[in-house]
Write a protein that binds this ligand. Structure first.
Ligand code: NAP
Length: 247
């Protein structure tokens, strides 16, 4: 892997490149992948867009986070289970000051329409968090509450700022949002995005796949500043921060 920007280097220390900043407030990093022509999925998931470099970065991002936040659409489509850390991830995690327990997954869902018997809940060493609403049917919430840390943060829709605050109360401030496009667009609208780790996958996908953000157009578009660019085997691993400040 090489670093192309800000400085050129033919070696990259991923733990240093993706270290969370030394801040006491919550920091929400998103991680997404897209094809050169903008597709976020191939045959309904992002798997076919990935490669070794992208997977190495994703493993590092998961090693360094205190909680993986994901929309229910992605948890379903990609068959999410609990995070399992490999020895290299554990070492990076310890070096960054975190404990050995894997980060929990926090699922964002207005409907709470997810099976509590999934491995995501039954196999989680760090209990899965469900961020949901008062409008979710009470029986679904009750069933999930037996298997998960159920948090009601909003009436009809999950209030994402309140969700981030609820995670912070649990000690989870270094957040990694793995999408999907529906959730990520709302994160941006809510002004909660601190960083976007975007992998540009060297493929063309065509078809009608969505992009890494969905929903209504941003007008004006949200400007980003490139913080670093890595490359490996044709993949570009880009780290952007909002241009609103100099993070
Ligand atoms: N290329 C990539 O990097 C990447 C990454 C992730 C996912 N994906 C792909 O994206 C697709 C899924 O996209 P998606 O946009 O449908 O998934 P998503 O954003 O993961 O999930 C959307 C769902 O999340 C819930 N949600 C989101 N924001 C909410 C809020 N503020 N309040 C309440 N609920 C909220 C809603 O669930 P309820 O219906 O329960 O209310 C909504 O239907 C999959 O094909 C996946 O493979 C690609």
């Amino acid at each position: 892997m090489d670093q192309l920007f800000p400085d050129r280097s033919d070696t990259v220390d991923l733990a240093a490149a993706y270290a969370y900043p030394p801040t006491h407030r919550s920091w929400l990093r998103a991680s997404m992948i897209g094809s050169v022509d903008g597709a976020a999925t191939v045959r309904g998931t992002s798997g076919a867009l990935g490669g070794d470099a992208d997977r190495a970065v994703l493993r590092m991002l998961r090693a360094l986070t205190q909680c993986v936040v994901v929309g229910i659409g992605t948890a379903r489509a990609e068959g999410y289970g609990p995070v399992q850390l490999r020895p290299d991830q554990l070492a990076a995690r310890r070096a960054s000051g975190l404990g050995a327990a894997p980060p929990p997954i926090a699922v964002v869902t207005g409907s709470a329409d997810i099976d509590p018997d999934l491995e995501l809940f039954t196999g989680a060493e760090s209990p899965t968090v469900v961020l949901t609403t008062e409008a979710a049917p009470a029986e679904r919430r009750a069933a999930l509450a037996r298997r998960a840390d159920l948090v009601v943060v909003g009436e009809e829709r999950v209030d994402l700022a309140a969700a981030v605050a609820a995670l912070a109360e649990r000690g989870h401030r270094r957040l990694l949002c793995e999408g999907g496009p529906g959730l990520l667009a709302q994160v941006v609208v809510a002004g909660l995005l601190d960083e976007l780790c975007m992998t540009l996958s060297p493929v063309l996908a065509a078809g009608d796949a969505g992009r890494i953000l969905g929903g209504p157009a941003f007008d004006p578009p949200v400007r980003l500043r490139l913080a670093h660019a890595l490359q490996d085997d044709g993949f570009l691993l880009l780290r952007y921060v909002p241009a609103r400040d100099e993070r």
